[in-house]
Design a protein around this ligand. Structure first.
Ligand SMILES: [Cu+2]
Length: 209
């Protein structure tokens, strides 16, 4: 097991990472909200093309999800707390939305492709209902999609038990529109009700672009 010191260190690093991401998100939001934004800049900030492998072992791209809003979260199946908590919140928010959220595709993207094979992802996402799609891939594919979505992640080695390493990762929920473009992001502290409400509001708005 991890010592308390290690856990604290991991927490501190995670927190620092989260703060960085929060700052980046605010900067991104400010840019996207600017009335004078150059054409295309807002779209380029979060999201974009990707090629990944789903939990059934099929290759998918951003085009596979066109026509459906995507609710995305990045993490890893070995995550002790943040990922299972957030995936439960996402599932509860979708339940809360009911018919209004029928089209939404919840997606869990692995930042730990070494352990998270399609088989591992399939077993994991099934814990959160039958709607989740798990995405994994090669280290390069994961790096590319994480970069596109401005997701920070880093491996935390475990000296005593190397196979039990952890992954620090930013914990932001992204809502992308049916056209694949960024609509809204939610922080880790958003509860299921607020998440459901935020999603409903964002999907009601006419497309700005
Ligand atoms: Cu996690």
């Amino acid at each position: 097991m991890q010592s308390t010191d290690q856990t604290q260190l991991v927490r501190r690093i995670l927190f620092a990472g989260l703060m960085l991401i929060a700052a980046a998100s605010i900067a991104a939001y400010a840019l996207m909200s600017s009335p004078n934004k150059p054409a295309g800049l807002g779209e380029a900030l979060v999201g974009g093309p990707f090629t990944m492998v789903n939990h059934k072992g099929e290759t998918v791209t951003e085009k596979s999800f066109l026509g459906k809003p995507m609710l995305l979260f990045f993490g890893f199946t070995f995550c002790p707390d943040v990922c299972p908590t957030e995936l439960q919140v996402m599932a509860a928010a979708l339940d809360e939305l009911g018919d209004k959220g029928m089209d939404i595709q919840p997606i869990f993207v692995s930042v730990d492709p070494e352990r998270d094979t399609p088989e591992v992802m399939a077993a994991y996402v099934s814990n959160f209902g039958d709607r989740f799609i798990g995405l994994t891939g090669s280290a390069e594919q994961v790096a590319a999609i994480a970069g596109a979505y401005r997701i920070f992640y880093a491996r935390q080695e475990n000296k005593e038990r190397p196979s039990d390493y952890l992954m620090d990762h930013s914990s932001i929920v992204y809502l992308m529109g049916p056209d694949g473009k960024f609509l809204k992001h939610f922080t880790y502290t958003t509860d299921a009700k607020a998440l459901a409400q935020g999603i409903a509001e964002a999907l009601q708005q006419p497309t700005v672009n």
